[in-house]
Design a protein around this ligand. Sequence first.
Ligand code: HEC
Ligand code: HEC
Ligand code: HEC
Ligand code: HEC
Ligand code: HEC
Length: 207
Amino acid sequence: MLVVIFLALVSVAWRWGGELKAETAQDYHAVGVRQGVWNNGQAALWDLNFLDYFHYFGPPERARGHQPEQPIKFSHVTHVQKNQMDCQFCHWSVDKAAYAAIPEVETCMGCHLQVSGTEQWQKDEINKLKKKNEAGQPIEWTKVHVMPDHVRFNHKRHVKAGVTCQNCHGQIPEMQVVERVSSMKMGWCIDCHRTQGTSIDCYTCHK
Ligand code: HEC
Ligand code: HEC
Ligand code: HEC
Ligand code: HEC
Ligand code: HEC
């Protein structure tokens, strides 16, 4: 019992501390992109952020804060926040299928035959895109969210039920580079399913 109380206190302090310590712009950003995420991306009260960083419970790509570098520096800030593009314009399958489609190079070229960028870094990155298009090659994006093979996940069911993108992915429009804001551990999924009165039967999520 004492141990539980201790862990609860540490956990509260940790989360509180995380917000109070947001002094630099980068800290504010880290707190900001997590806004709207279910249960702050935690599986339970004692699921502390730092446990994810130690990667005790799995490979790094399943930890909160995982933010792989991409072959082309595509920015959601530019496209979604500044140019007001709709998520579903690119990730068109979210309300039709289990997976969320990543757009083909042709979708990008609809604009980038004309749009070449203003700043130098943008021009360089858009040139990479054009080269891929000329060579007819797909872009090999690195997946940010990876579920183990035994887990079944379904975008369509969530989107149709009114669960929003930010409930699971955070403030994507503010991310220059997409970051995993929840470790998406089993307890995190189940916590929301319980609250929403959805099935928590093992076979709902496991093959
Ligand atoms: C609706 C039009 C549109 C589509 C579709 C589009 N872009 Fe862009 N893209 C833009 C605009 C506008 C800019 C900003 C250019 C500027 O500021 O001068 C931009 C900028 C970029 C940049 C420069 C870095 C950045 O993000 O600021 C890259 C790289 C890029 N786009 C890649 C892509 C890729 C990859 C796709 C397809 C997945 C894509 N774009 C689809 C309009 C589009
Ligand atoms: C112009 C096209 C475009 C738009 C609009 C767009 N995205 Fe993306 N998105 C991409 C591309 C390309 C990638 C892969 C590269 C990357 O991870 O940055 C991606 C990656 C992602 C990922 C990470 C996928 C993974 O690998 O696990 C998430 C989550 C995501 N987008 C959510 C959103 C949300 C939410 C919105 C709306 C707020 C949105 N996207 C709008 C093109 C787009
Ligand atoms: C209930 C949580 C949840 C919601 C809501 C959600 N996602 Fe996801 N998303 C995930 C999970 C979990 C994965 C990893 C799936 C996998 O690896 O099988 C993922 C993966 C992705 C990917 C990578 C491609 C894929 O299918 O693996 C993209 C892109 C993406 N999501 C975009 C979106 C967009 C856009 C929305 C809003 C329309 C959205 N997601 C809503 C949990 C969610
Ligand atoms: C923010 C809340 C929320 C989170 C987080 C969430 N879910 Fe769900 N999930 C729902 C709701 C609501 C439904 C019910 C959809 C319906 O009734 O059709 C659902 C339905 C499902 C279904 C379909 C159930 C069926 O009967 O076929 C699967 C599979 C599922 N979720 C898996 C997951 C997994 C795996 C995760 C974690 C990676 C997750 N969910 C995280 C809210 C959530
Ligand atoms: C709402 C979805 C959901 C339900 C319901 C669910 N699981 Fe899971 N489970 C997951 C996810 C997501 C993971 C992967 C967690 C990760 O990557 O860390 C997982 C992982 C696991 C693992 C691997 C160990 C681990 O923690 O990674 C086992 C074993 C497991 N689940 C058993 C069960 C059993 C038994 C039940 C029924 C009592 C169940 N699960 C119900 C989503 C679910």
